[in-house]
Structure formats: C-alpha cells, structure tokens
Design a protein around this ligand. Structure first.
Ligand SMILES: C[S@@+](CC[C@H](N)C(=O)[O-])C[C@H]1O[C@@H](n2cnc3c(N)ncnc32)[C@H](O)[C@@H]1O
Length: 412
C-alpha cells in the first residue's frame, strides 16, 4: 500500500472558486485538454496493468476506477473480453442496494480493517455514510454513531440498534449535530461536491487532534477526477496533516452494477473497485463550505422509495398530468431498447429522463408518476399484482401487468 504525504500549497477562497469553475464549467479548449490528458493517462495505466497482471480480471482493479466496459473499449476487446473470469453472485442485502443511494459497500474485510485500525478504542467514532464500518465497529465493541440518510439501513442491519446513536439525515447537514468525535470515517458518493460537503461536515464533527478518515475516488473515474482529487487533497490539508494510502479500500460489486456489467457483455468480476484512503489529523475545522458547488439533491432530483419484496424501487417526485388519452400507453416505457439501464453513472444522458428505477437497475420513463407511485405503494403493502392494479384498469394500458413484471425482473 503506497503512502503519500507532504506539504501542499496555501489556497484561498478565490483560488478554490476558480478551480471549481475549471472543473465544473471548463471552456471548450480546456475540456478538450482535460479529455486528452485523461485518454493518455488511461492508455498508460492500461499498458502497465496488462504488463503487471496475471489474470484479465486483475487488470480492471488496476485501472484506477475506469469502468470495466470502458476499459474493454480502450483495449479494443483483445485480451480482456474473455468469458472465463471467476464469477461470484453479488452479496445479498435485504432490502437490496440502490444506485441512487450510492450504495457501494466495502468488503467485510475492508470495513473491519477500517474500524479496527482507525476507529477510536475508547472514545466515539462517527461513521458518515459508512454503514458497513459502523457494523464492523459494533462487532468490535466500539462506540459508534452512524449518520446516513437511508432508512432501509435499519431493516438491513438490525445490529445498528447497538450503536450509540443513528441519525437519518443528509451528511452535509451533520456538522450541526452537537457531537465531537475522536474519529470520523466517511465515504461520500464519488463526486467533488459530495466529498467537499462531507469533508466540511466531518471537520465540524471531529475534536482537535482527532482523525478524519475518508475514501477518495481514483483518478480515472472520469476525465476531471484527477483535478477533483487534487483540489480535495489541497482543501483537506488545510484541516491538518495528511496521509494517502493508495488502493487501500476494496469494494463489493453491488447487484445493480453486476446487472450493468452483464448487460454490456462482461461477466461479474467480483471485487474490481478500489478507492484510496485519506487520513487527516485534524487541527482546525474548515471555515465554510467551498463556494460554487451544486449539491446532490439539485443534481439527482427528489425521489420516493418503495420496498417491494427485496427490491427498492424509486419513483421521481414529478407531477406530470396526462395531456392526451394515448399517453396512457406511456405509463411505463423503456428509456432504451429494454428496461435494463446500461449505466449507473450520473453523467449518463439517459439518467435525466428516468422516472422509475429499481435496485436491479431496470428503469422506465413514465407519463404519470403519481399513478405509478400509487400502484407501487399497493404492491409494497403486499397486495398481489392483479389486486393492486384492479381498481385502475381503465387508466392503465392492457399490457401494464406484463411490463411491470419485466421492470421488476420478476420473470423468473
Ligand atoms: C458510497 S456508500 C458508502 C458505503 C461504505 N462504503 C460502506 O461500506 O460502509 C454511501 C452511503 O452514504 C449514504 N448516503 C448517500 N447519500 C447520502 C447523503 N446525502 N447523506 C447521508 N448519507 C448518504 C448511502 O445510504 C450509503 O450508505
């Protein structure tokens, strides 16, 4: 595990604002330059990975977060698109994990190592959006507080009842809690805005001399990731001294991502995703949230969640009225050639038009999200499909039952 530490340049608010703008709204020339640098770094990393890895599957975990189907495209499908990778089923969670909750979990081993090595032995550890670390800490009899916005966690992990406190809230707001911990461990969605916002909150929640431990996404996750990482590390270094442990974090591949990999012709590759671990010894909190950032709800929109069997189904909170009677036919419509979404990335253009999205990565547009929500609510209460849709037959298309079965991947 490589460790990088060192002094970083002083950065003021104006400089941060300029760097955020350079990442979020680059000029056309600058964007072309960022993309060219990314392609060249990706090719170099691929050459090193191909030379150094014994198995094709090992190559993906050395690609610094580049998505496997993009690696195959880059490599032109010569050595990597083979059918013989070891294939293990996705770990099961009840209810299932959802891409819109950014539920990429650490392996159990990584979670235990994090809690064992960085959790406080005698004081309190706050886990921000790190439920598996909180569970590991509970199993190690450590005192832990969990902050996470997802109420599904309470069913998924009944052991959370043994934590000191659970706060179901947005991590960005958690700096306001009257808590000061010896250690704060966080794993935000892998974007600049989330990581900066959570870092700000963590700096308010840790006592002076305590540690902030967080996951940092690798440099090939997207073209601007390298610039984002540099900015995050520069800002983190204003809180205290830093250490970076490269590729120390190993993630499970969630079911929704395995579905994408299968859909793009790649069998599951077990645990290909790696993150870097950053440790900050805190001396002073950040004075304010970095300016110029768009926060998650304004990017993702607002969604309702339904738990149907083991599946989590999300419906966009958007009131669309039926304008023409024939729109009834579009009560559920695929966004591509089928209900299977071919990406979970925030940058994927089809994500904008998705109205219904399942934890098995099936998605649809809908002409009437209120009616779909009503029907899903009945299914979530345990009603059978015919019973749930019975009262609404005049408002739904004839093949709606079949479409819903396909969307919920209930075909067998
Ligand atoms: C990237 S996952 C990290 C999980 C971590 N790797 C683990 O194994 O413990 C993000 C976690 O943050 C939670 N989450 C996502 N957005 C959040 C937000 N805005 N505020 C609080 N929690 C959030 C999700 O429910 C999920 O538990």
């Amino acid at each position: 595990m490589a460790s990088l530490a060192g002094s970083r340049p002083w950065i003021g608010d104006f400089m941060i604002q300029q760097r955020v703008a350079d990442i979020m709204n680059p000029s056309a020339d600058r964007l072309a330059q960022i993309n060219a640098q990314y392609r060249s770094a990706a090719r170099e990393t691929l050459a090193q990975a191909l030379a150094g890895c014994e198995s094709p599957a090992g190559v993906f975990s050395k690609m610094k977060g580049m998505f496997p189907s993009d690696v195959v495209l880059l490599e032109n499908g010569q050595a990597l698109k083979c059918e013989n990778y070891s294939c293990s089923p996705a770990p099961e969670y009840h209810p299932e994990l959802h891409a819109l909750d950014y539920e990429w979990y650490f392996t159990t081993r990584t979670a235990h190592e994090l809690s064992g090595e960085y959790g406080s032995r005698n004081g309190v550890t706050i886990c921000l959006g790190a439920p598996k670390v909180a569970i590991a800490a509970i199993h190690q009899s450590r005192s832990v507080v969990l902050v996470d916005k997802n109420p599904c966690l309470l069913n998924r992990f009944p052991e959370l009842g043994r934590s000191e406190e659970v706060h179901l809230m947005d991590a960005i707001d958690s700096g306001r809690l009257r808590l000061r911990a010896d250690a704060v461990i966080f794993d935000a969605p892998w974007y600049l805005t989330d990581t900066m916002g959570w870092l700000f909150a963590a700096s308010q929640l840790v006592r002076a001399g305590g540690s902030i431990i967080f996951a940092l996404y690798p440099s090939l996750v997207r073209p601007s990731a390298l610039l984002e990482r540099e900015l995050i590390l520069d800002i983190a270094s204003t809180i205290g001294s830093l250490e970076v442990h490269q590729e120390a974090l190993v993630y499970e591949t969630p079911l929704f991502e395995q579905e994408v990999l299968y859909g793009s012709g790649l069998p599951c590759m077990a645990e290909w995703r790696r993150g870097d671990l950053v440790c900050v010894t805190a001396s002073k909190p950040l004075a304010s949230l970095p300016p110029g950032l768009l926060y998650r709800p304004s990017i993702d929109g607002a969604w309702r969640s339904f738990v149907i069997g083991e599946q989590v189904v999300k419906v966009r909170k958007r009131l669309l009225r039926l304008r023409h009677s024939e729109q009834r036919e579009d009560l559920l419509a695929p966004v591509g050639t089928s209900f299977l979404l071919d990406s979970v990335s925030v940058r994927a253009p089809q994500r904008e038009i998705v109205d219904v999205w399942t934890s098995r990565n099936r998605a649809a547009r809908s002409s009437n999200t209120s009616l779909v929500s009503l029907l899903l609510r009945r299914l979530a209460r345990g009603e059978s499909l015919p019973h749930a849709i019975g009262p609404y037959v005049s408002r739904i298309p004839g093949d709606f039952g079949d479409q819903l079965c396909e969307l919920l991947a209930m075909g067998g």
